[in-house]
Design a protein around this ligand. Sequence first.
Ligand code: AHG
Ligand code: MN
Ligand code: MN
Length: 333
Amino acid sequence: MSYTNLKDFFSAEIAENGMPQQLADLLIGISETCKHISFEVSRGALAGVLGMAGTENVQGEDQKKLDVISNDLMVDGCARTGAVCGIASEEMDHCLTVPADMPVGPYLVCFDPLDGSSNIDINVSIGTIFSVLPGPRGADRNVTDADFLQPGSNQLAAGYVVYGPQTQMVFTLGRGVLMFTLDRESNEFVLTNATVQIPAAAKEFAINCSNMRHWENPVKRYIAELLEGKTGVRGKDFNMRWVAAMVAEVHRILNRGGIFMYPRDNRDPCKPGKLRLMYEANPMSWLVEQAGGRATNGYDRILGIQPETLHQRVAVFLGAAEEVDLVGSYHKE
Ligand code: AHG
Ligand code: MN
Ligand code: MN
C-alpha cells in the first residue's frame, strides 16, 4: 500500500479530478479541527471535559461538556477556512452565517460535532459527522436554514472522524470511500484504505433491542428471522452489536459488513426515528452507498428525501444491500 497524507491526496484530487481548492480547504479545516477534538477527547478527566454541560440542545437533549466544546471547535474551524457561507449543527437551533469581517465561501456545512455522547464518560468510541452542500447562491452572507434543506444527493463531500483506539477520518467525494488514520508521530492523517467495500454477505446486525416492543411489524419480523439463526428461514446464525454511536456502527459496517437500523417506532407518531437526516443519516448514507451498500428509511432511499426542517429525524436502515433490501421488502408487503 502506498501511504499518502490528506494534503497530498487533495493536491492530486485538485490536479486530476478537478476538486475545487476551497472544498479541499474545508476538508483540511475539518481534519485539523478533529485532531483538536481527538486531543480533547483523549484527555478526558485530566482536562475536566467529562460530564454534563448543564444545558439542552434544540432537540431537548442534555448537552455534555464535550458536545459543546466540539461544536465550538467545529464552528470556528469551518468558519476559518473561508470556504463556507453557512454552518449548521445538531447543537445549534439555527444555522450561522459568516461574520462580515471573515471571508465567505460557496459551501454549506452541517455536522454532528460529537456523535455517541453517551459513550464519552465511559471511554468508548465516539465521532464527528459532517456533510457539505452547495450554497444555493454561492458565496453569500445571507444564508438561512431553508438554504440547507436539500436532499442528501446534493452533497459534495461527507464523512466522519471516529475517535476510538485509532482516530480515523473517513469520507467520500463521490468517487468511493477513503479511510485515513491519524499518525500520532507526524500528526498527519495517512491514507490506509482506498478501496472500502461493504462485504455482500452480512453476518452482523445492530439495533437497540430494548425498543423491540415499540417497533413496527416489518422490523419485528426481520429481527425475529435473524434471531432464529441456522434453524430459521435465513438458515444461518447472525451476531449482534450495539455501540450506541452511529459513527462506530457505520465504521464497523464499512470494514466488516452487516446492517445497522434505527427504525421509527410506535411511541411518538410525530417522531420518525431518532437519528437526524441532515447531519447523521445523509452523510452516512452516502458513504454506505459509495461503498456498495444501501441506505433507506424502510421505504425510500435516504439520499432522495427532501428535508423539511434542519433537525428533522428519519428512520435508518443501512449497510449490506441484500439485507437493507430484504427489510425494505417487508415494509412494502
Ligand atoms: P448523539 O450522541 O449525537 O445524540 O447521537 C446518538 C445517536 C446515535 O449515534 C446512536 O446510534 C444512537 O443515538 C444511540 O441510541 P440509543 O440511546 O437508543 O442507544
Ligand atoms: Mn449523533
Ligand atoms: Mn451529537
